[in-house]
Design a protein around this ligand. Sequence first.
Ligand SMILES: O=P(O)(O)OC[C@H]1O[C@H](O[C@H]2O[C@H](CO)[C@@H](O)[C@H](O)[C@H]2O)[C@H](O)[C@@H](O)[C@@H]1O
Length: 273
Amino acid sequence: MPEKRVAPVINSLEEFEQKLPGYLNRDKKLAILLDYDGTLAPIADNPSATHMPVELEKTLHKLAKHPQIFLAVISGRGLRDVQAHVSIDGTTYAGNHGLEIEYPDGSRHDYELPAEIKKNYTDMVRELKEKVEKNGAWVEDKRVSLTYHYRDTPVALKDEQKKLATEICLRHGFRANQAHEAIEAKPPVNWNKGEAALYILKQKFGDTWPKNVRVVFAGDDTTDEDAMRALQGLGRSFRIASDARVQTFADFRLPQQALMTDLLKWIAHVYIS
Ligand SMILES: O=P(O)(O)OC[C@H]1O[C@H](O[C@H]2O[C@H](CO)[C@@H](O)[C@H](O)[C@H]2O)[C@H](O)[C@@H](O)[C@@H]1O
């Protein structure tokens, strides 16, 4: 069983090649699987205010067009929301932590939640809205999972509201993961960003993908750890975290989101220039 541990850090563009010599090879297919918030776009005060840095976006567009490269964005956001924010043709998108997947041709894979969980979800949203949607905190209802945002709640009230929100989520049988100034309530099913990543790779490249495809995954959050764990030994993953003590399943830690541009430039140097 793989364990989380403190991962080696990468601090610059040069260090990608130094620390992963020869991992990328332009003769090999490459799958790039990326989280959105905190990874492609820096964290902003409100989910509607995020955008990708210009150079990162430009590089990502170039990579997505390359015939040897496959791009998927796997986000906790609702599917349409993340599609609208990234908006790159030919990309596969997964929303709601992988529960909904859409391929470039418009075909989909939706994880069907049991009726009881759907009912619990509706009840949970109602109770959260009644009891803890106040003092600046709000519920982002994404139909099958939700995010309880408390960034704008006064410090003196945050802990109490957070605690109550977590209790409500757990009481309705949902998982409650800590995120950036938010709690992610996810359904209690055996499907997450890791399962979604493996599913997408198998659909795209077939059962033998581990032999034929190089994989790069990057994410910044606890929900991304599911993909990092699933891809251990099958690809290379990067956890964005400023805290040097963070425990992760990723192969490397990137101390700042800005290093995502370098990660993509490293790939572009190998595949494009
Ligand atoms: O899996 P991701 O693509 O990283 O999405 C995770 C959640 O991201 C969003 O919330 C977070 O980012 C916001 C914008 O930077 C920030 O204001 C908030 O504090 C963060 O928690 C999004 O709103 C959620 O739906 C996603 O699940």
